[in-house]
Design a protein around this ligand. Structure first.
Ligand SMILES: Nc1ncnc2c1ncn2[C@@H]1O[C@H](COP(=O)(O)OP(=O)(O)OP(=O)(O)O)[C@@H](O)[C@H]1O
Ligand SMILES: O=c1ccn([C@@H]2O[C@H](COP(=O)(O)O)[C@@H](O)[C@H]2O)c(=O)[nH]1
Length: 247
């Protein structure tokens, strides 16, 4: 698939992109759904699909609601309920991304792991594969459909079962560090890591369960910052960006 004339020619054929909900949000706090931010992300996805990449997107919900925000000291909303609210947030983001892509003429399908047939197809692996083969961007909302995990686990699960070549985690940090870079100014970034190193060092950028699933499936993970210029396209082109985690 390499095209020497195009610096963003794809290196991967089938990609599972875990897109932070915050990538659609407004301002410094990245809350809500900004039409401009959503459009900027969709433009990158459209170009990627236009280059023939099969693209499945697991969309997060952190711009709207994370279950964890209710659990500390909450006596009313139960943790599982809070997580279902978070899963519904990802469906709202999925709808926004779908319409934005389709307004650009890109064919998409939205599938949800939480059944809601009036707004999205149910997640069915074989249908998702068929959509990918037909060149449609498949947006996967509702996480795994189960509480007590996050969309990182959904990304590892779908990446594995849809036989993706790579899991791209487009997030707010530019890679994996030895300690959380949002909490430590002296954190040092890794360019490459093995799954064993991430698991042994308990590096917190993704759920450890997601790393473990990818380790077993031999599915490489690339963690990078969605805010960098053309970040998703560069990641799919195999350019040096973020941190790559492999077996
Ligand atoms: N060792 C580490 N290296 C890099 N980031 C780390 C590390 N440990 C913890 N983090 C934190 O991991 C977080 C990654 O983002 P997070 O998983 O919270 O959001 P997301 O899944 O990308 O998106 P959203 O919840 O907005 O949909 C960052 O807040 C970062 O500070
Ligand atoms: O499989 C899943 C996926 C997500 N959740 C809940 O949704 C929110 C939003 O997802 P993020 O990955 O944080 O963007 C998450 O915090 C969980 O509360 C879930 O329960 N199960």
């Amino acid at each position: 698939m390499t095209d020497t004339a195009d610096p963003l020619a794809p290196h991967f054929k089938r990609v599972l992109l875990k897109l932070s909900g915050e990538s659609l949000g407004y301002g410094d706090n990245k809350l809500g759904i900004s039409l401009d931010k959503t459009k900027a992300i969709a433009e990158q996805l459209a170009r990627v699909a236009g280059r023939g990449v099969q693209l499945a997107v697991v969309i997060g919900g952190g711009n709207l609601l994370r279950g964890a925000q209710f659990t500390a000291g909450a006596e009313t909303i139960k943790p599982a309920t809070a997580d279902y609210m978070g899963m519904l947030a990802t469906v709202m983001n999925g709808l926004a991304l779908q319409d934005t892509l389709e307004a650009m003429g890109v064919e998409t399908r939205l599938q949800s792991a939480v059944r809601m047939e009036t707004v999205a197809e149910p997640y069915i692996r074989r249908r998702a594969l068929r959509h990918l083969e037909k060149g449609r961007i498949v947006i996967l909302a509702g996480g795994t459909g189960n509480p007590f995990v996050t969309t990182d686990t959904a990304a590892a699960l779908r990446g594995t079962e849809l036989l993706a070549d790579v899991l791209l985690k487009a997030t707010k940090v530019d890679g994996v560090y030895n300690v959380d870079p949002k909490k430590n100014d002296y954190a040092e970034k890794f360019d490459r890591l093995t799954f064993d190193q991430v698991i042994q060092k308990q590096l917190g950028v993704m759920d450890i369960g997601a790393f473990e699933m990818c380790r077993l499936a031999k599915l490489p993970i690339l963690v990078f910052d969605y805010k960098q210029d053309a970040a998703i396209e560069k990641a799919i082109a195999g350019q040096p960006i973020g941190t790559i985690v492999t077996g």
